[in-house]
Design a protein around this ligand. Structure first.
Ligand code: HEM
Ligand SMILES: CC(C)=CCC/C(C)=C/CC/C(C)=C/COP(=O)(O)OP(=O)(O)O
Length: 300
């Protein structure tokens, strides 16, 4: 291979690693929960939507890169994360930290300058909550880590709402709570499958500390609460029948997934496939629920 071809390949690899540091697939859903609330809150211009999307990507991407810097020791001990840029030795930890800080600084500037101060402050609060409260503190210290720390992932609806209205209204708080209560069934379905990984890394995720049965009970309660919360905004007129039907059907399927894992687990049967289904479906659930909010507003 020529020197030019080799340097092209390493440049492409570096670009791929920089993108991987931001966890782009997770951000795609974070952006759905940022942008959909903008259309529920009002009639944003496409320019505002673009600015919030780019600013949101940079802030969440920066947070994810700093998460990879802080978690480099445990990422190295888990099969799921071992091939990330730091544990695989392709990137220096300090460079990853600098990259994360750069992205979040750019995001703060962009949102404050071109959108509004509240939007920048809320996005930055999400960054700090994820980096310091979840990653630095709770993740390694308590099985409630993803419940309390999960609040970080619930900031995007507030960001989108504030970008359009300049405020945080009650309806935005509901959207925050929906993502907050969605996080336990989303994550614990996966944690049940990856518990040995977490055990090797010494991370006290719920299935390891409480046991599988108790984790499944908790998932059930959070799912029931989530469904109740998704329906509640309809009772005070925030959404109509299109959203109500979507929330009921989508929520019913999530509940069925959780109940199925529990039933198979109780019988001593193989429940791993049901857990995979529930984890994967949780992603579709949240995306479709937020899309339904926008459709409901559009057809009313
Ligand atoms: C504390 C809260 C959360 C925890 C601990 C968590 C954890 C995880 C983990 C460990 C994965 C597997 C990623 C992988 O395979 O490397 C995952 C996947 C995913 N999560 Fe979450 N998550 C949380 C909140 C959220 C939020 C708020 C969103 C977006 C609204 C989200 C969206 C996603 C998506 C889209 C995937 C699939 C990624 C893929 O297929 O590569 N997560 N989550
Ligand atoms: C407004 C704003 C910027 C908010 C920040 C939102 C944000 C970045 C949420 C991320 C949620 C998430 C992927 C948690 C998993 O972390 P983990 O460390 O458990 O996952 P890992 O083991 O795959 O690294």
């Amino acid at each position: 291979m020529t020197g030019v071809a080799m340097s092209e390949r390493s440049e492409r690899r570096l670009a791929g690693d920089l993108v991987a540091l931001t966890k782009p697939r997770i951000i795609s859903l974070l952006l759905v929960t940022t942008v959909a609330p903008m259309f529920v809150a009002g009639h944003p211009s496409w320019w505002t939507v673009l600015l919030v999307s780019v600013g949101g990507y940079l802030m969440a991407g920066g947070a994810n890169a700093v998460n990879m810097y802080l978690d480099r020791d445990i990422d190295d001990r888990m099969a799921r994360t071992r091939l990330r840029p730091i544990p695989s030795g392709r990137m220096a930890p300090q460079a990853v930290l600098a990259f994360g800080i750069m992205l979040s600084t750019a995001a703060t500037w962009m949102l404050a300058h071109f959108v509004n101060l509240l939007t920048a402050a809320l996005a930055l609060a999400g960054f700090y909550f994820y980096v310091f409260v979840y990653t630095r503190w709770l993740k390694r210290s308590t099985p409630q880590n993803i419940v309390i720390g999960g609040a970080a992932g619930a900031f995007p609806p507030l960001v989108g709402w504030a970008a359009v209205t300049g405020r945080v209204d009650l309806a935005a708080v509901f959207l925050f709570l929906i993502v907050f209560y969605w996080t336990p069934p989303h994550f614990w379905a996966l944690a049940l499958l990856k518990q040995h990984d977490y055990g090797r890394a010494g991370v006290p995720m719920a299935p390891l500390v409480w046991g599988e049965r108790n984790t499944l009970d908790q998932m059930l309660w959070y799912t029931v609460l989530l469904i109740a919360l998704t329906v509640l905004p309809v009772t005070f007129g925030a959404f109509g029948v299109v959203y109500l039907v979507a929330a009921a059907v989508l929520g019913g399927l999530l509940l069925r997934g959780v109940l199925r894992i529990r039933a198979l687990h109780a019988k001593g049967a193989v429940w791993t496939q049901a857990a995979w289904w529930t984890y994967k479906y949780s992603l579709l659930y949240l995306a479709l629920l937020f899309v339904a909010m926008v459709v409901d507003r559009a057809v009313r």
